[in-house]
Design a protein around this ligand. Structure first.
Ligand SMILES: [Cu+2]
Length: 248
C-alpha cells in the first residue's frame, strides 16, 4: 500500500470516529430519567442505644475494644434514620426487565455482626457471603418466597455464595451460633432500591416518567408507602417519618 493511500484511510477512519462520537452525545430527550429523593426521620423519644452482649462467645467479644451496639435503630443528627430500605413497590412497567449487576452483593461477617445490616439485591445477582472473622458462623436465611438455606461457615471457610430467584421484600438472615446476629435482605426485579445511612437520606434515580408507589421499610417500625408521580427529568421529594412504638 502506498503511503498516500494509508493516510487517506486513516483520515476516513478518524472522520468516522468523530461522527460516531458526535452521535453519542445527542441528549436522550424521550423518557429522560427522573429521581425520587427524601429523608427518613424518627419521631418520639428514642430508646437508649443498647450494647450487644457478646460474652457467650469470647472470640467475638475479643474483636471489639468498645461494646458493639445494636443496629436496629441508627439515628443521625436531627433524628434521621439509618437502616431503612426504600424501594419502588409499584408502578414499573410489568414487562420491562433490568440488567442484573455483574458484581455480587456482599454480606460480610465481621466482629460477629453482619455487614451491612440491611441490604438489597436483584433477582439472579450473586450473593457473596464472607467470613472475615475466621470464627464459626452459620448463615441461616429465612425467606418465605425463595427457598431458605442454612450454611455453616467454619473458621476456615472464608466465602460462600447464594442467589435468589424470586422477588421478596424483605426477609431475615440470622446466625444460629450467635443469637444477636441479624441481617435483612430485600430481593428485587429492578434496581430501584436503596438503604439509608445515618443521615436518613435516600435517592432513587433512573426512573421513567410515571406514577410510583415508594415503600420505606424498617425491621421494627414496619412499612410506609407513598404514591408519587414524576415527569421527564423530574425530581420529587418524599420524606417518611417513623414513630416510636407506643409504650405498653
Ligand atoms: Cu455467627
Amino acid at each position: 500500500m502506498t503511503q498516500e493511500k494509508t493516510i487517506r484511510r486513516t483520515g476516513t477512519r478518524l472522520w468516522l470516529a468523530a461522527w460516531l462520537a458526535a452521535l453519542s452525545v445527542v441528549p436522550a430527550v424521550a423518557g429522560a430519567a427522573s429521581t425520587i429523593t427524601g429523608t427518613i426521620t424518627f419521631t418520639g423519644k428514642p430508646p437508649a442505644p443498647r450494647p450487644i452482649a457478646m460474652d457467650a462467645d469470647p472470640a467475638c467479644a475479643k474483636k471489639h475494644s468498645t461494646p458493639a451496639m445494636n443496629e436496629m435503630l441508627i439515628l443521625g443528627n436531627g433524628s434521621t434514620m439509618g437502616n431503612v430500605m426504600v424501594y419502588i413497590s409499584k408502578g414499573l412497567p410489568s414487562g420491562k426487565t433490568f440488567p442484573v449487576p455483574k458484581a455480587p452483593a456482599v454480606l460480610d461477617q465481621n466482629g460477629c455482626q453482619y455487614r451491612p445490616h440491611v441490604m438489597g439485591i436483584m433477582v439472579g445477582q450473586q450473593y457473596k457471603i464472607l467470613n472475615s472473622d475466621g470464627i464459626l458462623h452459620n448463615v441461616h436465611a429465612l425467606p418465605k418466597i425463595n427457598p431458605g438455606f442454612n450454611k455453616p461457615m467454619p473458621a476456615t471457610v472464608k466465602e460462600t455464595t447464594a442467589s435468589f430467584a424470586k422477588a421478596e421484600p424483605v426477609f431475615q438472615i440470622k446466625c444460629d451460633v450467635h443469637p444477636w446476629m441479624n441481617a435483612y435482605v430485600g430481593v428485587f426485579t429492578h434496581p430501584f432500591f436503596t438503604v439509608t445511612g445515618a443521615d436518613g437520606k435516600f435517592t432513587i434515580s433512573g426512573l421513567d416518567p410515571g406514577t410510583y408507589e415508594v415503600t420505606a421499610w424498617h425491621e421494627r417500625l414496619g412499612t410506609q408507602t407513598a404514591t408519587i408521580t414524576v415527569g421527564a427529568s423530574d425530581t420529587k421529594t418524599q420524606n417518611f417519618k417513623f414513630a416510636a412504638p407506643a409504650a405498653k
